[in-house]
Ligand binder design. Structure first.
Ligand SMILES: [Zn+2]
Length: 257
């Protein structure tokens, strides 16, 4: 009995410690804040259908490599902090971006944006790989075939792949091919869903990676090294990608620095 009570006390104190590291999870008005402000180091993101909370927030300091080869133009079709109710308004996907390769590219190879260890989920059916295809399968927690890359700081998830071309546990370097873009899982059309998260204190990476589609609890704004098709090259943050259902801005990989 003493052991049982002891472990309950430990669990409770762990919970209190975890909460006190960030303060209580305050509710917030997503529409009012436009998802952007929520006090220091937090953003407002939807937690459940009708409730938003202030969540811990981080920004990447080193820009990642483009997830597509330099000869593939791509556009962002859904950006971070999307209107309430869209998938990118929800916790830990709040800073996700949907990147659509040009329809002129029949098979868009997806590249590792950073060095790290690869975790693979590839059991979803790719129902139709044509550029206008639609799919609403919950396979892979909605991310379809997806790769998560862990570099000991950032956990990057790349979802909706037609197929994955790396093996579970492999180590990749930035720019290595990891799969092909598709419409597996819940994808309105061919695109790669890219989301970066970090761990909250008390999170265990093994537990996160052991659960399909799970990410870290710290919402993280990503950076890519890109070039506007008619403009300047450099580090572009996820919220500068000019995302829209009918995109007007096209990007390619920036040349290596
Ligand atoms: Zn998405």
């Amino acid at each position: 009995m003493g052991g049982l009570f002891g472990s309950i006390a430990l669990t409770l104190s762990g919970f209190v410690l975890l909460r006190s590291a960030f303060g209580p999870a305050k509710t917030c008005d997503y529409k009012e804040s436009r998802g952007r402000t929520c006090g220091e180091n937090t953003i407002c993101a939807m937690h459940v259908a009708n409730q938003a909370r202030c969540l811990p927030f981080a920004t990447q300091s080193n820009a990642m490599a483009s997830p597509f080869r330099s000869d593939v133009a791509f556009a962002c079709t859904q950006g971070p902090l999307a209107p309430r109710g869209r998938s990118h308004s929800f916790a830990t996907d709040a800073y996700a971006v949907d990147l659509m390769p040009s329809a002129e590219v029949a098979e868009a190879v997806v590249l590792a944006p950073l060095d790290g260890e690869v975790h693979v989920f590839d059991r979803c059916e790719e129902r139709d790989a044509s550029p206008g295809a639609r799919n609403d399968s919950p396979c892979g927690a909605g991310y379809g075939n997806h790769v998560r890359i862990w570099d000991d700081m950032d956990l990057v998830l790349l979802g909706h792949l037609a197929r994955v071309t790396v093996k579970e546990g492999a180590r990749v370097k930035r720019g290595d091919p990891i799969g092909v873009a598709g419409v597996s899982g819940q994808a309105g059309s061919r695109h790669v869903h890219v989301v970066v998260t970090r761990l909250r204190p008390g999170d265990h990476i093994g537990t996160i990676l052991g659960s399909v589609g799970t990410k870290g609890g710290v919402v993280t704004k990503g950076l890519f090294r890109l070039e506007k098709v008619d403009g300047v090259a450099g580090a572009v943050s996820f919220d500068e990608l000019d995302c829209a259902d009918k995109p007007t801005t096209w990007w390619t990989a920036a040349p290596s620095p």
